[in-house]
Design a protein around this ligand. Structure first.
Ligand code: MN
Length: 247
């Protein structure tokens, strides 16, 4: 099996190296990843500046673009023909509406867009200290996740509960829930007296939604969410058409 790996935390990120070690036990691994942290870039594509690729180590290329740029170059310039795209392991959750902001998830969505089965994997804690402990757990779980990814056309978003909360209780198919950032804006002045702002806040709320990825991880289960890239609200289409047609 040929794996193409990327992430949004940069080519040095421990999670990417753990994922590469796990995948290398099942096949051939090529990594094309951003040269620095690109978390939160979503599905951005670089159209108005040139991109560079640099060899980081054999089989690993660093790109000065986004995760989407990495997958695009890997498929359409390097002409890699991976069986699977893996994106991650992100240090921090990609639950609920994180999916819309996430560069990790976008890496997988870009793979799926070009018809390659794709998985995004996130560890739901911002600490990277115990990332290496995920390796034996993913050794066990990856074959099943690959079967899920290869069984359908979209990307598959996987969230691992924080390992420091104890053993995982199992694995669950889950829908996207809601994960709401505090509507907090920190405003301060820089050393030259000019205002700057820090958005997002630390306080994140996850409303209780039965069957959601947020609930699964809260309850200690690995969540597995099939994602589509069609954001149309199909059940509203007819109503909108009726409104447009009315005088
Ligand atoms: Mn990230």
């Amino acid at each position: 099996m040929r794996f193409l790996l990327t992430n949004d935390d940069g080519i040095h990120a421990p999670g990417l190296h753990v994922l590469a070690r796990v995948a290398a036990k099942l096949g051939e691994v090529v990594v094309v990843a951003p040269d620095t942290e690109r978390s939160g870039v979503s599905h951005a594509i670089t159209l108005y500046k040139p991109l560079r690729l640099r060899e980081f180590q054999p089989g690993w290329l660093a790109c000065d673009g986004t995760p989407t740029d990495c997958i695009y170059l890997a498929l359409h310039h390097l002409n890699l023909q991976p069986d699977v795209v893996l994106s991650g392991i992100n240090p921090g959750p990609n639950l609920g509406h994180d999916v819309l902001y996430s560069g990790t998830v976008a890496g997988a969505l870009e793979g799926a867009h070009w018809r390659v089965p794709s998985l995004a994997i996130s560890h739901c804690t911002s600490s990277e200290d115990r990332m290496a402990e995920l390796e034996p757990l993913l050794d066990q779980m990856l074959p099943m996740l690959l079967r899920v990814a290869q069984s359908q056309a979209g990307a598959v978003n996987v969230n691992l509960p924080p390992i420091d909360r104890g053993p995982w209780r199992g694995i669950r198919a889950a829908r996207m829930g809601h994960r709401l950032y505090a509507n907090e804006v920190i405003a301060r002045n820089d050393p030259r007296g000019r205002a700057y702002y820090w958005i997002g806040g630390a306080d994140v709320k996850m409303p209780d939604i039965e069957g959601s990825d947020c609930n699964a991880v809260r309850d200690g289960y690995v969540s597995v969410t099939p994602l589509g890239d069609d954001l149309t609200r199909h059940r509203e289409l007819e109503r909108v058409a009726d409104l447009l047609a009315s005088p």
